[in-house]
Ligand binder design. Structure first.
Ligand SMILES: C[S@@+](CC[C@H](N)C(=O)[O-])C[C@H]1O[C@@H](n2cnc3c(N)ncnc32)[C@H](O)[C@@H]1O
Length: 219
């Protein structure tokens, strides 16, 4: 096994050696950190990685499941080219109000759209209105019990060679704890097993932050 044990000092070094964040993001991180549910935000370095990935695959149309206060939305949105768009789904008008404010401050008002409502319903509507193969990148980061549905509908919405990113797949290590049988943990186990066996995709599981599945729909 070849890994570097992560300490606060190593993490600080890592973050300092990445391209600096857009100026609005440190403020958004600080504001989100004051909330009791701050742990929902993806890690700072994960956002930088996802911004790079958007650019690397030339994504123009991104769908996000789980907006929260908008950190991941902004990181991905800032990687879009002119004419690109990011649609983010959530059920919470309060946190997405913060996201809207910071999307605007990041200059992403025109490229972004937040759709409120249960994401399964929103995705079904997108399938009807936009059709299959209409997104280049889909980021799944909402309620774990629905990951299986987000994945199946997402695969239809995703173009061949497009990428699904699924967050929290290592679940703070609880994914391998036999004593943990909570619905979220069980749902993540089922989801990981489905992806592993799915011949429609190729997948790598990154030990980035809480575990990030990077899943390419075969061409
Ligand atoms: C982990 S947070 C997303 C974090 C975000 N990606 C970020 O980096 O800041 C999960 C979000 O999913 C939303 N959510 C939970 N259940 C949902 C559902 N059924 N449909 C849509 N969004 C949902 C929650 O309101 C919450 O904002």
């Amino acid at each position: 096994m070849k890994t570097v044990p992560m300490t606060e000092t190593v993490y600080e070094y890592l973050v300092q050696h990445q391209t600096p964040l857009h100026p609005v993001l440190p403020e958004l991180i600080a504001i989100t950190r004051q909330r009791p549910d701050a742990g929902m935000q993806i890690a700072e370095d994960q956002g930088v990685f996802m911004n790079q990935l958007v650019r690397l695959i030339g994504a123009r149309r991104i769908l996000e499941i789980g907006c929260f206060t908008g950190y991941s939305t902004i990181c991905m949105g800032l990687g879009l080219p002119e004419g690109g768009e990011i649609i983010s789904c959530d059920i919470d008008p309060e946190t997405t109000g913060i996201a809207r404010q910071y999307l605007k401050a990041a200059g992403l008002e025109k490229k972004s759209q937040i759709l409120l409502g249960p994401a399964v319903d929103t995705m079904q509507k997108l399938l009807t209105n936009r059709g299959k193969n209409s997104f280049d990148l889909i980021f799944i980061d909402a309620d774990k019990e629905n990951y299986g549905s987000y994945y199946e509908i997402g695969l239809e919405l995703l173009r061949p060679n497009g990428v699904i990113l699924a967050d929290n797949v290592l679940w703070s290590g609880r994914i391998i704890d036999p004593a943990d049988n909570t619905p979220s943990t069980e749902a993540l186990r089922r989801f990981n097993a489905v992806v592993r066996k799915d011949s429609r995709v190729e997948a790598s599981m990154l030990s980035l932050a809480d575990g990030l599945y990077m899943i390419r729909k075969k061409g």
